[in-house]
Design a protein around this ligand. Structure first.
Ligand code: ADP
Length: 484
C-alpha cells in the first residue's frame, strides 16, 4: 500500500465517531481482483453494532438538523475539498479493491465528490410554499423537514459515488446516515468516513458498518423503527427483499436497481459517433454498471458497417491490472461474474450467434475477460432478457422504428436507454416512447450530478442527484394557521 496519506487506509468500521471492531472480534478479508492478493481486513459487523449506529444517529440528529443550511453546506464544502485534495489516494484504494482502471477511479472520485459540492449548494435552497386559503382567518404554509435517520446499502461497482450520491443530500437536508458498503469495496467507504470526520461531520451523523454479507445488517436497517428512510443501490432481487422488510414499519425508500439498457442505432445515425457512444456506454467499468448498454439494436441497412467499425474499436481495448499504463479494462469483480458472462456467451453461440471479437476468458487468467462482440443475436437468447453485467455487446437488428421501440421496451427493467439518430422528429418520438427513467440521445454517457438519475418499472423508485435528489430526504409539512 503506497498512499500519500496512509491514514486513509482504515481497517476498522466507523460508528458514532469511533473506529471500532466487531463485538465478537470477527473480521473478513478484502482482496484485489487483479491479483487475488489480500489487501487487508475489516470488521464483520452484525445487527447489534448496526443497531447502535442507528441509535447514535438518532441522538446526533437534533443538533445536526438545528444547524442552518449554510452551516451544513460549509461542512459539505470542506468534505468535498478534502476528497479532491486526496483524489489520488482515494483512486488508488478504489483500483486496489474494485479493479477498475486508475483513470476510471480518478474520474469516479471527482464524480462522487461532485454530489457533495452540488448538495452543499442545493441544500441552501430548500424552499416551501404559501397557499391561498379558502378562509379569510387562515394562512396555509408548507415547509420541508429532514426525514430523519437514513440507512444506505451500496454496491461495489461505484464504491465512492454510490455513497456520496446518497449521503450528501441526506446531510444537506439535515439527516444522519448509516451506510453499509459492499463487502468487496469497504476501504473506499472508510476513507470517505475518515475525510468526513476531518471535515467536521459530527459523530453519529455518518457511520460506516462493514459486514461480509448484507443480510443481518440489512434486516436491522429495514426493521428498526428509528430508521425513516432506506436507500439502496444494487440488484433488483435484493431490492425486492428490502422493500418487503421495510413494509413492517412503512419506511420511505429509494431503490436504484438493475437495468437492461437498449442502445438503438438508426439508419440516419452518425455511425462513428454511435460507435464512440457504445464504447463508453458498454465497456466502461468492464461492463459492470447498471446503465451499461445490454442490447445493441441496429438498423439492418447499417448493421454490417456499424459492426465492422465497432469490432475494430473493441479490438483496441487493453485488458489488465488497472494500475498499468494504458489499461482500460480491469478484471471482473469475482468468478461468479465471469461465469455469468460465459454462460450468456455460450447460450448465444449455441442458438446461432457469431463471435466477432473476444468470447472467452483472457489469457491473464483470474477474472480477466476478453471484451466481446456478438453478431446475429436473436431475442430467444439470455442476453436479451438478463443483465449481463460484463464486457459483452450483443448486436440485434431491426427494420422499422416501431420494431426498435418494441424491442427496447420488451423488458421488466427501465433504467437507462440510448439511441443515435440525426432526425429531430424521430429523436422526440423515440425519447417519449422509451419506457425508461433516463434517455441518452446521441450520447452514451449521461450520468451527472445535475440531472435526476433513476429508473421506472423494476429498475427502482426515486431519483438521485439534481434538485430532485434532495426531496428524497425531505418530508413536506402543511401548517394551517387559523384564528388570524
Ligand atoms: P451485486 O449483485 O451487484 O453484488 P447485490 O444486490 O447483491 O448486488 O449487492 C448490493 C449490496 O446489497 C451489497 O452491499 C450487498 O452486501 C447487499 N446485500 C446483498 N444481499 C442483501 C440482503 N439480503 N440484505 C441486505 N443487503 C444485501
Amino acid at each position: 500500500m503506497k498512499l500519500n496519506d496512509n491514514s486513509l487506509f482504515r481497517q476498522q468500521a466507523y460508528v458514532n465517531g469511533n473506529w471500532i471492531d466487531a463485538d465478537d472480534g470477527k473480521t473478513f478479508e478484502v482482496t484485489n481482483p487483479a491479483t487475488n492478493e489480500v489487501i487487508g481486513t475489516v470488521p464483520d459487523l452484525g445487527a447489534a453494532e448496526t443497531k447502535r449506529a442507528i441509535e447514535a444517529a438518532n441522538e446526533a440528529w437534533p443538533a445536526w438538523r438545528a444547524k442552518t443550511a449554510a452551516e451544513r453546506s460549509a461542512i459539505l464544502e470542506t468534505w468535498f475539498n478534502l476528497i479532491m485534495e486526496n483524489q489520488a489516494d482515494l483512486a488508488a484504494l478504489m483500483t486496489l479493491e474494485q479493479g477498475k482502471s486508475i483513470a476510471e477511479s480518478t474520474g469516479e472520485v471527482a464524480y462522487g465528490a461532485s454530489f457533495i459540492k452540488w448538495f452543499a449548494e442545493e441544500c441552501k435552497r430548500v424552499y416551501g410554499d404559501t397557499i391561498p386559503s379558502k378562509n379569510t382567518d387562515q394562512r396555509i404554509v408548507v415547509t420541508k423537514e429532514p426525514i430523519g435517520v437514513c440507512a444506505a446499502i451500496t454496491p461495489w461497482n461505484f464504491p465512492n459515488a454510490m455513497i456520496t450520491r446518497k449521503a450528501a443530500p441526506a446531510f444537506g437536508a439535515g439527516c444522519p446516515m448509516v451506510v453499509k458498503p459492499a463487502e468487496a469495496t469497504p476501504f473506499s467507504a472508510l476513507a470517505l468516513a475518515e475525510l468526513a470526520e476531518r471535515a467536521g461531520i459530527p459523530a453519529g451523523i455518518f457511520s460506516v458498518v462493514t459486514a461480509s454479507q448484507g443480510k443481518d445488517v440489512g434486516e436491522e436497517m429495514t426493521t428498526n423503527p428509528i430508521v425513516r428512510k432506506v436507500t439502496f443501490t444494487g440488484s433488483t432481487a435484493v431490492g425486492k427483499i428490502l422493500m418487503k422488510q421495510c413494509s413492517s414499519t412503512l419506511k420511505k425508500m429509494s431503490l436504484e436497481l438493475g437495468g437492461n439498457a437498449p442502445f438503438i442505432v438508426f439508419e440516419d445515425a452518425d455511425l462513428d459517433a454511435a460507435v464512440e457512444g457504445l464504447m463508453v456506454s458498454k465497456y466502461r467499468n468492464s461492463g459492470q454498471t447498471c446503465v451499461c448498454t445490454n442490447r445493441t439494436i441496429v438498423h439492418e441497412s447499417v448493421y454490417d458497417e456499424f459492426a465492422a467499425k465497432l469490432a475494430a474499436k473493441v479490438g483496441e481495448l487493453k485488458v489488465g491490472d488497472g494500475f498499468e499504463e494504458g489499461v482500460n479494462q480491469g478484471p471482473l469483480i469475482n468468478m461468479a461474474a465471469v461465469e455469468k458472462v460465459e454462460d450468456h456467451i455460450s447460450d448465444a453461440v449455441e442458438k446461432g450467434a457469431k463471435v466477432l471479437v473476444g468470447g472467452k476468458r483472457h489469457e491473464l487468467g483470474k477474472t480477466f475477460f476478453e471484451p466481446t462482440l456478438l453478431a446475429n443475436v436473436t431475442t430467444d437468447m439470455k442476453v436479451t432478457y438478463e443483465e449481463t453485467f460484463g464486457p459483452v455487446a450483443p448486436l440485434f437488428s431491426f427494420k422499422t422504428e416501431a420494431e426498435a421501440i418494441q424491442m427496447a421496451n420488451d423488458t421488466e427493467f427501465g433504467l437507462a436507454a440510448y439511441f443515435f439518430s440525426r432526425d429531430i422528429g424521430r429523436s422526440w418520438r423515440v425519447s417519449e416512447a422509451l419506457e425508461y427513467g433516463m434517455v441518452g440521445v446521441n450520447s452514451g454517457l449521461i450520468s451527472t450530478e445535475v440531472a435526476p438519475f433513476g429508473g421506472v418499472k423494476e429498475s427502482g423508485l426515486g431519483r438521485e442527484g439534481s434538485k430532485f435528489g434532495l426531496d428524497e430526504y425531505l418530508e413536506t409539512k402543511y401548517i394551517c394557521m387559523a384564528g388570524v
